[in-house]
Write a new protein. Structure first.
Length: 698
């Protein structure tokens, strides 16, 4: 079938699949046609899962999938299916888990799995395979012939293994703990586990490669806030979060010219990243940077937030409002080429005083830190040490650094840019909507709120079809049934945006999303939410993920959003579904609490329900009261500023009627106070439930 004109991937929307559309491999997308071909021909399926910004996916494609002899072997022995894990996280979750069960090793991308044709159950797999044997790995051609021979000669053994694998997938799901008392012990244990894994020298958790783990940092900040309100601030929790984000914001994982965070650091020092920039990392890290600015008033975090939000506006938002997915790690076929510098190049672009400051701050006086031949920007000298090293005063140093960065940014912008994966993913947009909404209110910049609003409008206009969400969109083509994460993350982002800018249609949208979750995703027997809907394509397993991975757990985010919505509207249906989700995950939560930080947010607010503030008023006075409610870090607080002329409000909101020029209705957990009409009285109530870090930090 395949020739130079392309294969069956040509009509796909995924940039990753389109990268392979002209391979000599007879690639299919995951489709009925491909699955029927495998069964008809009695050929095993070679399933290859990756994504457009994956460096080793590019390497394997160049070494093997673009090689005519390897492609001929693949085409003769297998039906070959290529999947973008960002468009089909349902398939990725199933086959990554299967890989771990089969090999007893963690997976990753590219993921290479071999499936039986009749039921698509994997019987062998791995990740990257080289073209020739090396690093203890067989060559990819050896794997192809070995797997094909084994498939022909060991069908009985494969059948037995497949039955065991399916049983293992089923038994991995948590049993619902209907009789337990939900308590705060997992919150205590998560803090201990994070402290044990904390790198006291460089920040972060564990060893290289180092990942940002935003859910870890959020859990620590919430721990600090809750303990502070109780009068016993957990300073260690704040230190771990603050120190980690500080090291990241000063490290090479942060883009010191253009803003935004890379996917991970290959070393313990956060110095050299894997250069891809993912939307799903930057949404949560943007919110965390803002929250640490609220807590500490450290300009480092404000700057990181401001520059990251500007990067999103500049490079990651489509003209019609949606946010793009990823910036690649590679440009011109080399990872990091867009970002690194030679010493001579930088010196030639700057004035001598600018070069003096940049040289000291970013380590150009040290040996090259990137492959022994170039420099990647990482802050080595800061503050008073930088003034001492350059001899300039603080104000002069700041001006020189600002002008130097502007020149370097302009020069870098003229380079060949990394590839942009311009598909718009609903779930990841939900994460960035929340991040930009938080940035807009904390940084006082309406353009960030406008950005979040346009993204939410895009999702409602393009991705909400016949009362259901779609998962992905590119070039005016939206398709694929949405997953749990799509519904949960959009609910969370929209609820955050509602606190900054009231639109009744947004609340109605959240309620619609919640009702679809309960109707099509909830496990009505054991609680919790499946990753796919009840009318989704039938796969070998229907997972119900409770643990966080690269993104927060959809079950955790859904439980938290449903709980808040239930308290806000007085809707017991939502509150009960949130509780059932917690109980469904309880056994898993108590085994490894720090792997369930999104769910722990729901646990925390089940034990200590949120503080809800509904303001009714008009104009500048309403804005003044709203701004005051959002000024400080108060993660349990939810504030809605509703104009007096709003009518037909749902649920309990209908009872929060206008009263005079301005009124605040405050409920803390299950207790509600009398209406507040004086600003001073509002201040007094708010001060009891918000915190600032008035302690020496790193």
């Amino acid at each position: 079938m395949s020739d130079r004109t392309g294969n069956a991937l040509l009509e796909q929307t995924s940039p990753y699949l389109l990268q392979h559309a002209h391979n000599p491999v007879d690639w299919y997308p995951w489709s009925r046609e491909a699955l029927e071909q495998a069964e008809k021909q009695n050929k095993p399926i070679l399933l290859s899962i990756g994504y457009s910004a994956c460096h080793w996916c590019h390497v394997m494609a160049h070494e093997s999938f673009e090689d005519a002899e390897t492609a001929q072997l693949m085409n003769s022995l297998f039906v070959n299916i290529k999947v973008d894990r960002e468009e089909r996280p349902d398939l990725d979750k199933i086959y990554q888990t299967s890989h771990q069960l089969l090999t007893r090793r963690p997976g990753g991308w590219p993921l290479t799995m071999f499936l039986t044709p009749e039921d698509r159950t994997p019987f062998f797999g791995g990740t990257y395979f080289p073209p020739t044997p090396r690093h203890g790995l067989p060559s990819f051609r050896e794997v192809l012939t070995g797997v094909a021979n084994y498939f022909r000669s060991h069908r009985s053994e494969i059948g037995q293994q497949n039955a065991s694998l399916i049983n293992a997938l089923i038994t991995m799901e948590s049993e619902s703990a209907t009789t337990i008392s939900i308590n705060d012990q997992p919150l205590v244990d998560a803090q201990k586990e994070l402290a044990h894994a904390f790198d006291e020298v460089h920040g972060g958790f564990g060893f290289a490669p180092k990942f940002p783990h935003p859910t870890n940092l959020e859990r620590l900040l919430r721990t600090f806030a809750a303990s502070s309100i109780r009068g016993k601030p957990n300073v260690d929790a704040l230190h771990m979060a603050e120190f980690t984000l500080r090291k990241m914001a000063m490290g090479g994982i942060y883009d010191h010219l253009g803003g935004g965070f890379a996917r991970y650091s290959v070393d313990e020092l956060w110095m050299i990243p894997h250069f891809e920039k993912m939307l799903y990392d930057n949404g949560p890290l943007l919110a965390l940077s803002c929250e640490l600015w609220q807590l500490t008033h450290d300009e480092l975090f404000r700057t990181a937030a401001q520059e990251t939000a500007q990067w999103v506006l500049r490079e990651m938002q489509a003209p019609d409002g949606g946010y793009y997915s990823t910036l690649d790690a590679d440009s011109e076929g080399e990872e990091g080429k867009f970002y690194v510098w030679t010493s001579d190049e930088v010196a030639s672009l700057l004035s001598p005083p600018e070069w003096q400051v940049v040289q000291a701050r970013f380590g150009f006086l040290r040996p090259p830190n990137f492959e022994g031949k170039a420099w990647h920007l990482h802050v080595f000298v800061d503050g008073e040490d930088l003034h001492a090293a350059t001899g300039f005063d603080a104000e002069t140093t700041k001006k020189l650094l600002t002008s130097a960065r502007a020149k370097l940014f302009a020069a870098r912008s003229a380079r060949v840019r990394p590839g942009l994966d311009d598909k718009i993913l609903t779930a990841w947009n939900g994460l960035m909507i929340r991040g930009m909404a938080v940035a807009g209110t904390v940084l006082g910049d309406a353009q960030f709120v406008d950005s979040a609003t346009r993204a939410l409008d895009f999702l409602r206009d393009r991705m909400w079809v016949d009362g259901r969400l779609l998962a992905t969109s590119r070039q005016d083509r939206s398709h694929l049934a949405a997953y749990l994460d799509d519904y949960a993350f959009v609910m969370d982002g929209a609820l955050t945006l509602l606190q900054i800018r009231w639109r009744q249609s947004d609340l109605a949208f959240v309620v619609d999303l919640a009702r679809v979750l309960l109707e099509h995703f909830e496990d009505r027997d054991r609680g919790g939410f499946f990753f796919t809907a009840d009318d989704h394509e039938a796969l070998i397993h229907r997972p119900k993920p409770m643990m966080d991975d690269a993104v927060p757990s959809g079950n955790g985010v859904a439980a938290h959003a449903l709980s808040r919505l239930g308290h806000l509207l007085g809707e017991s249906t939502f509150l009960e579904a949130a509780e059932r989700a917690i109980r469904a995950g309880w056994a898993s939560i108590t085994r490894v609490p720090h792997a369930h930080n999104a769910m722990l947010r729901a646990v925390e607010e089940y034990i200590d329900p949120p503080q809800l503030i509904v303001l009714r008023g008009e104009g500048e006075q309403l804005e003044r009261w709203r701004s005051r409610c959002l000024r400080h870090y108060a993660p349990r607080r939810m504030t809605l500023a509703i104009p007096s002329n709003a009518s037909r409000l749902p649920g309990l909101l209908a009872e929060r009627k206008p009263l005079g020029d301005i009124v605040a209705y405050l409920c803390d957990g299950h207790q509600c106070g009398p209406p507040v009409t004086e600003f001073g009285a509002l201040e007094e109530v708010l001060a009891r439930t918000e915190v600032e870090a008035r302690i020496p930090l790193s």
